[in-house]
Design a protein around this ligand. Structure first.
Ligand code: ADP
Ligand code: MG
Length: 277
C-alpha cells in the first residue's frame, strides 16, 4: 500500500519542499531562530558510545511561545528535552539561552538561570507531601518558599487545599499538577514538559492542556513533548515533528495539523476532520 516515495525523505532535495519541511532546514532554522529565547543548533547526542540519537537536530523557542514536539515513539523527543536540560552529553552542536552558551550545563545551574524541567515519569516524591514536594522545587531559595507556594497554589488550587497529603496518595493527574507546580516554584522563564498528559484520564488530559495555556499566560515559555499530538498542536504556537532524531517538519500548530504529509505520517486520517470542527 505504501509507495516508497511516501517515506520520510532523509536526504531532502533543494526544491519541492513543503513549507514545514523548508522551515526545518538548517538555513531556515538559522534565519528564524535569530531572536530565540532558547535554541539548539545542529545537536548530536546520545547515550551509548557510537550511537547517536539526536542527529543534527535544530530547535528554537521564542519568548512567550508554547512549542510542541511530536513524533513517533523512539524519535528522540525525550532525548531532546533531556539534552536541553543538560542531562545528556552533547557530541556536537550547542544549546543557548538568551545567547548564553548553556550546552551541558548542570541541571541546578540551569534551574537558577530560569529553566524548569518536568520528566515524563517519576516526577514526584511519593513519600513526601505536596507541600514538601514543592519545597524541593525551591531548595535553592528556601526563603522564597511561602511566596512562591501561594503563587503556584493560585494556578493549581488543589495543591494549596491538599498541601498535607502525600503525593503517593494522589491520582496520576493530580501528581502531574504537583510535578508542574514543583517546576514552577523557581519562577522559570522556560518550562520543559515531557508528555504531561500521558497516562491520564481524558478529563485530566484536557486539564493539563488548559493549565499549560494558563501557565504560558503568566509569561512562562513552554516546550512540550506530547503523544496527544493533535491536542498539543491545537494549543501550541509552533510545533516540531521529530523523526529519527532530527527536526523533520516545523510550522505553526495549525499549519502542521493541516499539512497533508504530517497528517498522513504522524496524525492519522482523522486529523483534518477534527481540526475543522
Ligand atoms: N537511557 C537510555 N540508554 C540508551 N538508549 C536510550 C536511553 N533512553 C532512550 N534511548 C534510546 O533513544 C532513542 C530515543 O528515545 P526517546 O528520546 O526516549 O524517544 P521518544 O521520547 O521520542 O519516544 C530510542 O531508540 C531509545 O531506545
Ligand atoms: Mg519520550
Amino acid at each position: 500500500m505504501t509507495e516508497p516515495t511516501d517515506a520520510p525523505q532523509l536526504t531532502k532535495p533543494a526544491a519541492g519542499l513543503t513549507p514545514a519541511e523548508l522551515a526545518a532546514t538548517p538555513e531556515e532554522h538559522n534565519r528564524l531562530a535569530q531572536n530565540a529565547l532558547m535554541r539548539a543548533d545542529d545537536l548530536i547526542a546520545g547515550y551509548l558510545p557510537g550511537v547517536d540519537i539526536l542527529k543534527h537536530c535544530n530547535f528554537y523557542l521564542n519568548d512567550g511561545e508554547i512549542v510542541g514536539i511530536i513524533g513517533p515513539n523512539g524519535a528522540g523527543k525525550s532525548t531532546l528535552l533531556k539534552t536541553l536540560f543538560g542531562l545528556i552529553p552533547v557530541r556536537h552542536g550547542a544549546v543557548t539561552l538568551r545567547g548564553d552558551n548553556i550546552t551541558s550545563a548542570l541541571a541546578h545551574v540551569l534551574v537558577t538561570k530560569g529553566v524548569g524541567y518536568v520528566p515524563q515519569t517519576q516526577n514526584v516524591f511519593q513519600a513526601l507531601t505536596i507541600e514538601e514536594n514543592l519545597e524541593m522545587g525551591i531548595y535553592l531559595r528556601p526563603k522564597k518558599f511561602a511566596e512562591r507556594f501561594d503563587a503556584v497554589a493560585d494556578l493549581f488550587p488543589l495543591l494549596g487545599e491538599r498541601r498535607k497529603i502525600k503525593a503517593g496518595a494522589l491520582s496520576g493527574g493530580e501528581r502531574q499538577m504537583v510535578a508542574m507546580g514543583r517546576a514552577l516554584m523557581m519562577e522559570p522563564s522556560v518550562l520543559l514538559l515531557d508528555e504531561p498528559s500521558a497516562g491520564l484520564s481524558p478529563m485530566f488530559q484536557d486539564e493539563v492542556f488548559i493549565r499549560c495555556k494558563q501557565i504560558n499566560g503568566t509569561g512562562v515559555s513552554i516546550i512540550m513533548v506530547e503523544q496527544n499530538a493533535r491536542r498539543c498542536l491545537q494549543i501550541c504556537d509552533r510545533g516540531y515533528v521529530l523523526d529519527q532524531g532530527t527536526n523533520a517538519y516545523t510550522d505553526t500548530g495549525r499549519n502542521l495539523m493541516n499539512d497533508p504529509k504530517v497528517i498522513e505520517l504522524y496524525l492519522g486520517t482523522l486529523a483534518g476532520s477534527r481540526e475543522s470542527k
